[in-house]
Design a binder for this molecule. Structure first.
Ligand code: FE2
Ligand code: FE2
Length: 353
């Protein structure tokens, strides 16, 4: 393959003199900016829940919820520790809520998708709707809506995972953050009314004017029902097993304009075929145990663990249990890539792993 790196007879001081005017020559190492194929800085990586959970508990003791709008352990990628993204432009981190605690209400331009790991009594409120949360539930907090979180339980922690598009919005110089002057925007009683309105067969006829998803909660039991029904019906991808997408009921599209999320079931003993695509993916093992092979490296996961597949990395999943299903939740950059016309995918030749 022809290189685009050019050996030049550049005068010794050329680059230095030019840099004084905030400019640089673009003839050496052109592939840094224009790689032959996608060359993401993010590397395949795994964050084990068992390793990070003790730190989540420790932080919950020295960062007081009343004082902070955020108390999250951020997943860093070994390819760019200084850039707070778990993979690509996807943020991921673990958040704990202690019993009786409520975090300060706030809003921001970035949007969030949350996966609940453990605990009962947790709640989140989005745009006035106070939603109770349980393990496996997925919560969507669209851009710019007031939101706050808490835990009503008498004892015990609630831990969930925040998956946001902060890195993207910050890179675009478009983030805003605001604390609510009253620390809360809510009455005190649970409501869950957006699920009652938007989670069923009949939808309000006002949906066409909606810019962001009006549905903010996707309860685990309903999602698992749908996944099991899809499995029984034989809806199966050779690359992903049985896979369903969480959707905005007003549009049928992804839950946020930039970031999508999916739930997939791998049958006992199943190994998917290898493929790759543009767009990063962060996986959270929701149930079971398995191995995901990413660019030739095996990452063994069990429930609670997080791992990432960078853009254009070959990957395949295996459910290590011979009989029991395994379930993966994931967030991805596909809506953004598709909107930009940059999404592409490729199946591996049979011999590629
Ligand atoms: Fe937030
Ligand atoms: Fe994939």
């Amino acid at each position: 393959m022809t290189t685009t790196t050019v050996q030049t007879a550049e005068p010794d001081t050329f680059a230095e003199r030019l840099s004084a005017f905030y400019a640089i020559g673009r003839w050496e190492a052109v592939n840094d900016a224009l790689p032959w194929t996608p060359a993401p800085r993010s590397r395949p990586c795994m964050w084990r829940y068992a390793n990070l959970r003790p730190f989540v508990l420790e932080a919950a003791n020295f960062v007081k919820g009343d004082d902070a709008a955020l108390r999250v352990l951020t997943h860093l990628n070994p390819g760019h520790r200084e850039y707070e993204a778990a993979c690509g432009h996807l943020y991921s981190g673990l958040q704990a809520l202690k019993s009786g605690e409520a975090m300060t209400c706030h809003r921001h331009a970035a949007s969030a998708i949350r996966f609940v790991h453990e605990g009962h009594g947790g709640w989140t409120a989005v745009n006035g709707d106070r939603i109770t949360v349980s393990p496996g539930d997925v919560i969507v907090t669209p851009s710019r809506l007031w939101h706050e979180h808490g835990n009503d339980a008498d004892d015990g922690l609630v831990i969930w995972q925040d998956c946001t598009n902060d890195p993207l919005v910050n890179t675009l110089g478009a983030n805003f953050f605001e604390l609510h002057p009253d620390k809360t925007h809510l009455p005190s009683t649970p409501a869950n009314d957006t699920f009652a309105t938007w989670g069923g067969l009949l939808l309000p006829d006002t949906r066409r004017s909606r810019q962001t998803s009006p549905l903010h909660t996707y309860p685990w039991d309903k999602c698992q029902e749908a996944l099991d029904a899809a499995a029984r019906a034989g809806h199966h991808s050779p690359y992903d097993g049985v896979i369903l997408e969480y959707t905005n009921p007003a549009t049928g599209g992804p839950v946020t304009p930039t970031t999508g999320c999916k739930l997939q079931l791998l049958r006992g003993g199943e190994t998917t075929r290898t493929h790759r695509h543009t767009g990063s993916v962060i996986y959270i093992a929701a149930r079971g145990q398995g191995t995901t092979t990413i660019d030739g490296t095996d990452f063994e996961w069990s429930a609670g663990d997080t791992f990432c597949v960078p853009s254009w990395a070959w990957h395949a999943h295996t459910n290590r249990h011979p009989d029991d299903d395994a379930v993966l939740f994931s967030t991805n950059e596909f809506p953004l890539l598709q909107a930009l016309g940059l999404y592409t995918e490729e199946a591996a030749p049979e011999h590629t792993t």
